[in-house]
Design a protein around this ligand. Structure first.
Ligand SMILES: NC(=O)c1ccc[n+]([C@@H]2O[C@H](COP(=O)([O-])OP(=O)(O)OC[C@H]3O[C@@H](n4cnc5c(N)ncnc54)[C@H](OP(=O)(O)O)[C@@H]3O)[C@@H](O)[C@H]2O)c1
Length: 214
């Protein structure tokens, strides 16, 4: 438990070569059904799910919890990092299956019928400030689901407790395919983010790795 922020868990699925999607950011299925079921369970244990607007634009995810194929009663808050208000009207994340909070920058004037907005930062969403705001709303546990730029930002700010990576048994390739951690990367070896391997488990279609942030 942290006094000023929720617990933060990252979850993502990547290919053996570290890619999250096809070149041109096109979504592809990396997780097995087994892994999808695990992700739904993980979502159901969280109070909020965070994604970057790049994921909204590429995948249009609903970010809801389904258990045994049915929409679960507890639906975590859906949170989008969207400095410039690029979430399109009609995006699944704006539907009424769960509530949605869009974190925008100071200069953004966009409003959405299906979501509350919160101003957090200027050039990019200030992750520390956003997490503090979520904590004030009694959000205790958040799941960061991607994409690569968003995961990098969370890792870089060191505001992460656990990271689950499902490695699907496949190679996607392509220098332009998004990876687990995009953004600027570590300019020197001092800034590399060390991880502590907590568990590894073979699953249908791949391997699940669970890391703790050191
Ligand atoms: N395999 C998986 O598990 C998985 C999961 C999710 C997504 N994906 C894939 O990931 C790809 C999308 O990833 P992406 O890296 O392009 O986009 P992303 O991480 O989803 O979103 C990045 C965007 O979020 C906004 N943002 C605002 N504040 C930010 C901050 N502090 N840090 C980072 N981003 C911030 C920025 O846009 P503004 O400057 O306009 O605000 C930024 O360009 C898609 O191809 C999708 O299919 C895969």
């Amino acid at each position: 438990m942290h006094a000023n922020r929720p617990n933060v868990i990252i979850n993502c699925a990547m290919s053996v070569d570290g890619k999250l999607a096809l070149p041109m950011r096109k979504q592809t299925r990396i997780s097995s059904q087994d892994d999808m079921d695990r992700v739904y369970k993980l979502r159901s244990m969280c109070d909020a799910i965070i994604v970057g607007v790049g994921t909204i634009l590429a995948d249009d995810p609903g970010l809801v919890v389904k258990l045994d194929g049915k929409l679960s009663e507890h639906q975590p808050l859906r949170v989008v990092l969207d400095t410039n208000g690029r979430t399109p009207e009609g995006a699944e994340v704006l539907d009424d299956r769960a509530t949605t909070l869009i974190a925008v920058g100071e200069d953004c004037t966009t409003k959405w019928a299906g979501a509350e907005t919160i101003v957090c930062g200027k050039e990019k969403i200030d992750i520390k400030q956003l997490l503090e705001e979520l904590k004030k709303r009694d959000i205790q546990k958040v799941l960061v689901e991607g994409g690569g730029e968003t995961i990098w930002s969370f890792l870089h700010t060191k505001l992460v407790d656990d990271m689950y990576v499902f490695i699907g048994s496949m190679v996607i390739g392509g220098k332009d395919s998004p990876t687990l951690a995009d953004g600027e990367g570590s300019p020197t070896s001092n800034e590399i983010i060390p991880l502590d391997l907590e568990e590894m488990r073979q699953m249908e279609g791949g391997i699940l790795l669970h890391y703790r942030l050191m």
